[in-house]
Unconditional design. Structure first.
Length: 199
């Protein structure tokens, strides 16, 4: 009788331990899943987003349907640089655009005969921008879109253009883009895999 009672008590303890271990495992996994979902939401909303290219305004740097990762913190902790590929709010609609930064605050920008000239904010001579990212088969002397009259980029704004100059709605139509309208800097093409590259 005593032996049976002791065995039953041992089995109960083992069962209690197994139930307790199972409950702890469920609790731990619940915490892990909750943390993972929270981190994913925070990263998506505040750090990294993906963007699908729609159209040909960035040919041939980016093709229609390319998907890129965008660093949303870039311009919260630093300023845009010339040559950055940026995603921006259009302002007149819900559609975001992807363009390249050509002019920075305080600079004077102009374009004639497909040649972009820039004068620094502190003055000095005007210089022709070197733009190795432009495809000479896409941007030619007769296919570079409207010229840019001399204009100064306001503080906390950038002047943006598409790499396909003749097929881009950019700062020539929209005007300079406020920092607040910059979603972030495009970092890398991640899809399709054949187009994978850093920007």
């Amino acid at each position: 009788m005593t032996v049976e009672a002791e065995l039953s008590e041992t089995e109960e303890h083992r069962l209690d331990d197994e139930i307790g271990a199972g409950a702890r495992a469920v609790g731990e996994w619940s915490v892990v899943i909750t943390v993972a979902i929270t981190v994913a939401i925070l990263v998506r909303n505040f750090v990294l987003a993906h963007f699908e290219v729609d159209g040909s305004s960035m040919d041939t740097t980016l093709a229609d349907g390319d998907r890129v990762f965008v660093n949303k913190l870039s311009y919260r902790i630093g300023d845009p640089s010339r040559g950055d590929v940026v995603v921006l709010h259009q302002g007149t609609g819900d559609r975001d655009l992807i363009k390249r930064v050509i002019g920075l605050p305080g600079e004077t920008i102009e374009m004639t005969n497909c040649e972009v000239r820039s004068t620094a904010a502190d003055g000095g001579p005007s210089r022709v921008l070197l733009e190795p990212y432009l495809d000479p088969a896409v941007v030619t002397a007769d296919r570079c879109g409207p010229a840019i009259d001399v204009q100064t980029v306001p503080d906390d704004h950038v002047f943006v253009m598409g790499d396909n100059r003749d097929g881009s709605q950019d700062s020539r139509a929209l005007g300079p883009i406020a920092y607040d309208d910059l979603v972030g800097r495009a970092l890398v093409v991640f899809w399709p895999r054949s187009d994978w590259r850093w920007l």
